[in-house]
Design a protein around this ligand. Structure first.
Ligand code: ATP
Length: 295
């Protein structure tokens, strides 16, 4: 058995696209988007320790749904950082992934795991890399990795990699609901009927529950109609959120996870308990948005 020297845990927050407009497509096939995204306290956890040899283990409700080989974004992130920094500066590490987020569910779990590994290993290996260097490595792993490295309220443009932070953003309660159906992001994008939608409207100067709800009413998730046609269970998730008192409900990313907006974390907890009681097999989590380093 490996000797592990100390260990630290990094959070891999869920990424929630509060609004997502598809505004075009590049000649190389990548879609252009504009999205207001937030990150939640609820997410996966990545534990890292120096060890005698490299090791990777997975636990958690969705552990069995992710690969253990080098196709896992955790190992892709480790290997990309090692290639960049060189073997002599990157000694063996044991990485444990607690997979709490449903897979292929529109909350960027894999991208967020990769971001947590990049942050965690840069520190463990004392690489002294700045955010821009990590974001550049992250982008080679996936368009959403740079935003998961930022993990604060932001607007993403381009292919999702041009980020503008949204500073004045109150903490909000969210309930995440996934009806247990995986959705392929590629299939949803391929099924879009149009790709030249309007950009996001200007954001309110200061964002709280009320100003956000009003703004959300005039925005969309352009991926929702296509995903809903493929997976009608998404409609059931949205209607349970509405019945449980959500101030606003929508699908995140390419689905099937939907979010409900609640004024406080406690109201969100009660709503989640209500939905869980009626749909015990679904993924249901009450959480709050991450707004600062302290979160
Ligand atoms: P996005 O919102 O960015 O589209 P998603 O939530 O829809 O992301 P992920 O959960 O990130 O999708 O999974 C996408 C694919 O990546 C899955 O097919 C999965 O097998 C693969 N994958 C590799 N590593 C991981 C990981 N650590 N966690 C989740 N999925 C992973």
């Amino acid at each position: 058995m490996d000797t592990e020297i100390g260990s630290r845990t990094w959070h891999a927050h869920a990424k929630i696209n509060l609004a997502l407009h598809v505004t075009g497509r590049r000649p190389d096939g990548y879609h252009l988007i504009e999205s207001l995204a937030v990150f939640t306290r609820f997410g996966d956890r990545v534990e890292i320790a120096l060890a005698d040899s490299d090791d990777f283990t997975v636990s958690g409700r969705y552990g069995p749904a992710v690969p253990l080989d080098t196709s896992n974004l955790v190992l892709k992130a480790r290997d990309a950082l090692r290639r960049e920094a060189g073997l002599e500066r990157t000694p063996p590490v044991a990485i444990r992934l607690e997979k709490n987020l449903p897979v292929a569910s529109g909350v960027g779990g894999g991208s967020s795991d990769a971001a947590a590994v990049l942050r965690g290993l840069a520190e463990t290996w004392a690489l002294n890399m700045d955010g821009a260097e990590l974001a550049w490595i992250g982008l080679s792993l996936g368009a959403d990795v740079p935003m998961c490295l930022a993990a604060k309220p932001l607007v993403a443009r381009g292919i999702g990699d041009e980020l503008s932070m949204v500073p004045d953003f109150s903490a909000l309660g969210l309930v995440l609901v996934n009806p247990g159906t995986a959705v392929s992001t590629a299939d949803v994008f391929a099924a879009l009927s149009r790709r030249d939608n309007e950009p996001l409207p200007p954001l309110p100067r200061s964002i709280d529950f009320h100003s956000l709800r009003n703004w959300l009413e005039i925005t969309r998730n352009d991926l929702e109609p296509a995903a809903l046609a493929m997976q009608p269970a998404i409609g059931r998730a949205l209607s349970w959120l509405n019945k449980a008192g959500s101030g606003f409900s929508r699908m995140s990313g390419s689905g099937a996870t939907c979010f409900g907006l609640f004024e406080t974390g406690n109201v969100a907890k009660r709503a989640a308990a209500d939905i869980r009681g009626r749909q015990p097999d679904w993924f249901v989590a009450a959480t709050r948005t991450v707004t600062s380093e302290a979160d």
